[in-house]
Design a protein around this ligand. Sequence first.
Ligand SMILES: NC(=O)c1ccc[n+]([C@@H]2O[C@H](COP(=O)([O-])OP(=O)(O)OC[C@H]3O[C@@H](n4cnc5c(N)ncnc54)[C@H](OP(=O)(O)O)[C@@H]3O)[C@@H](O)[C@H]2O)c1
Length: 274
Amino acid sequence: MRNLTSRHGLDMPQLGLGTWPMKGEECTLAVRQALELGYRHIDTAPAYENEAAVGEALRQSDVPRESIHLTTKVWWDKLQPAAMRQSLEDSLRALGTEQVDLFMIHWPTKDWDLPRSIEALVALRDEGKARCIGVANFPLGLLRRVAEELEAPLSAIQVEYHVLLDQRGLLDYARSKGLALTAYTPLARGQAAEQAAIRKIAEKHGVLPSQVALKWLLDQDGVAAIPKASSRANQQANRDALKVQLDDEDRALIAALPKDRRVVSPDFAPAWDA
Ligand SMILES: NC(=O)c1ccc[n+]([C@@H]2O[C@H](COP(=O)([O-])OP(=O)(O)OC[C@H]3O[C@@H](n4cnc5c(N)ncnc54)[C@H](OP(=O)(O)O)[C@@H]3O)[C@@H](O)[C@H]2O)c1
C-alpha cells in the first residue's frame, strides 16, 4: 500500500477505512477486521459517536498504534478554542491514544472567529496532541484564506470526491500547496458502481465496478480515499482495487460522466463555490 506524504509531516496510507455510520460492536469488529486485512488508516470523528468503538478495536488489535494513521475531527459547534481543546481531549481519551495523526475541522461554520479557531487548531498541533492538522468541507476560497492569509500549517483537506463529482479546483490548489486531499464518500454510496460506463470498464478488466471507482481516485497524485466497508468481502475488495490497471480509454469514459452529483450537503454546509 502506497503512503501519501505531504507538508508538515503527514505520512498516511492512501487507502483508509471510513467508519461512519458504524457504532459500538459493529464498528469495533469492522475496524479490527480491517487492521487484520492490512488497513493502516482509520477515519473517525466525534460526530460519528464511534471513537470509543474505534479505540476498543485498536486495543484488541496486535497492530502497534504507531503503525496506524488515525484521523479524527472536531464538530462545527466546538470551534471556539476551549471547546476545540475539550473536543480533542475527549477524542484522545475515547480512542485511547495520546496523539492523533490528523486532526481536522469537520465543517466550517458561519459567523465565527476564523483566525481564533485556526490559532487553536495550530496550538493543539504544536502541543503534540495532533501530529498534523487539516480542514474538511472547506470551499476553495476559505481554504485559500486559511492557507495563505492565516498561514496555517495544514497537511490535508478532506472533501467529497468521486467519479460523479468534479473537485479539480480544490485538487489543483491542494497540489500547489503540497496538501493531501482525502476523498470521502469515494463510492458515492453505491451510485458510482451503478453507472453504465463504470460497469463497462469493470467488465473489460474483470473487476468490480466499485474497484474501478476507487482506483480512479487512487491513481491521482496527492489523493487518498476512505471508503466505508463493514464486511470482510468489501474491505478486501477495496484493498484489491489498488491492483486494478485503468487505461486512457477508461479515464476518458470516466471524464465524460456527470460531475455534479454531490451526495453530502447538509443544511449547515457552506456555499460550495465560495
Ligand atoms: N468529512 C466529512 O464530512 C465526511 C462526510 C461523509 C463521510 N465521511 C467519511 O468517509 C467515509 C466514507 O464515506 P461514505 O460512508 O459516505 O460513503 P462510501 O464510502 O462512498 O460508501 C459506503 C457504502 O458503500 C458500500 N461498499 C463499500 N465497499 C464496497 C464494495 N467493495 N462493493 C460494494 N459496496 C461497497 C458500503 O457497504 P458495507 O458497509 O456493507 O460494506 C456502504 O454502504 C465515511 O465512513 C466517513 O468516515 C466524511
